[in-house]
Structures are given as structure tokens and as C-alpha cells.
Write a protein that binds this ligand. Sequence first.
Ligand code: SF4
Length: 318
Amino acid sequence: MVTRQLSRAAGEAAAAAIGTRGQSPGCPPFAAWGCTEGERTWGGDGRAGGGVGDGSGVHRGRGRGLGVGDGSIAEKEETDSRSLKWEPGNWRQQLDNIREMRRNRDAPVDQMGAEKCFDSSAPPEVMRYQVLLSLMLSSQTKDQVTSAAMLRLREHGLTVDNVLQTDDATLGQLIYPVGFWKNKVKYIKQTTAILKQQYGSDIPSTVVELVNLPGVGPKMAHLVMDIAWNNVTGIGVDTHVHRISNRLKWAKKETKTPEETRVALEDWLPRDLWSEINWLLVGFGQQTCLPVNPRCKECLNRDICPAAKRCRGNGCSS
Ligand code: SF4
């Protein structure tokens, strides 16, 4: 853990000194955490930054700086009202409980997530390409299936040039049975050709460019930015993050899509938690807060979760 934190801190310092690529002295020019043999590192304990929360469901921002305004009551009220920011009640306790339940890091995402699927001895641009590919394969697919497909692809040779030379039928056999594998063959081929032609066989380093690639959506783009470029640009919201956020009422009103959930979470969740939240909630959703029949009786949040009561009423197995 210490090694991980040091690696992350050193990488961030180096990234700040060097620029956008997150390169670290003595490490390959890949994301800083890539120097730890593909192990991802996470932010701090989440207590730093963000609002302080008083249990009232709001936290106060910093308000105005020094020496501004005349200090009248009307101006103070206007400033106070602007600085009131909504946040869900109990979220810090709920998050701490989830961290505790995820302490062993033994969910499928911990062993087979996108951070574990690339070849950490490959050149940096190849590692980044493999991160992108693993995330493209992972949508609508269990981590175990994605991981197995990535292994087959890596044995075949998972580089831009090699994929372009592979016919569609062979590529399909290699990635089957990932969800929507036929479409993914098409998207992988199209995206890989664009990478070759427009990005020198590397991947783009902005969200805007990433979402323009065939088969790449916002969730994937933010995760690629975080994992491959060590640059947190947004919260990666998949079906687990979307479901659990709504169960815990972490959005002002119920959200209908993962993209709506991403916007709602980014509105109040302190930025230093954005990277951690995906990993935490995905594993929590795989092990405890299951899509059907969540294990509420085993959950440390059972007494402070709005959905736990409904779950008990609906005959949960827990
Ligand atoms: S109490 Fe049940 S629904 Fe609520 S977070 Fe825990 S497992 Fe999920």
C-alpha cells in the first residue's frame, strides 16, 4: 500500500513537472501508476477536500475571497445562498462503510478489471492501446469474460498493426463470447485504423477525441483517461455505479441513465474521490449490493441506506 501511494505521489509530481503524459523519471512514458507492474493506485482516504457536511444535507463552499464587496446583510445572504451546495445526507458514513466492506479487494474487478488486463512490459503506447481495448470489450460483459478475451488477444499479439492485419473472423473468435462481440469486432477495427492514421498508433489523450472513436462512450473515455493517462477527467459510471448511487440517493433526484448519474455525482462529490468511486462501487456491486437481491443483511449500510427498507419489503434473499 505504501509502495502504491509513493508510486502515485511520485508519478503525480513527475506528471506535474513534465506535462500531460504522466511520465515518471526512470519509468516508461506510460501513466505513472503503470510503473507498479500494472497495479492501480488510488487517492487518499477521501477525507481531504470537499465540503465538511453537518448532517443537514448541505455543505458550505468557500464563499468569496477577501476584500470583496461591502459586507452588507443583503450581500452576505446572497453569498451564503450561492455557496450552499447540496450533498446527500450520510454519504461520508456510507462511503466509509463501503471502503470497509471492500477492504480485502477480492471482487472480480480487483483481479480482472481494465487495470489488470494489459501487458505491463509492453511499450507505453501499446499498454495504452490495450487499456482502451479492454474497456471496449468490457461493456455488457463480465470481468472474467473480458479478462479471458484479453489474454487470448495478447497471446495473438495485441498491437495496432497486428489487429489491423487480423481478419474479422479471427478477431471474432478471439473475443467471443464478450457481449455484442460482432459489433465490437467492427468497432475495434475502425478505431484501430483511426489510431494508426491519426494518432501514430497511440490513443488520444482527451475525452473529446476518445468519444469520437467508434464504440467509445463517456464512461469508457473517463476510465481510459484515468488508467492510461493518469488524468482524472470525470467519474466512470457503469451499471453498478449507476444502480448503487440511486439506491443510496446520491443524486438529488433519481437518474435514468449512467450518464445522468455521472453528471449528478460530479456536481457534489469531491474531485479527489472521482477515481476511487468507480473501483469501490463496481466491486461493492459485484459482491454485496447485487443488481437483484442485494445482500442487505450483510451490508454495513443497512441502517442508513434508503433502499434497504424497500429491499426487505420486497423479499430480498439476504
Ligand atoms: S443496504 Fe442493501 S441496497 Fe443498501 S447499499 Fe447495502 S446492499 Fe445495497
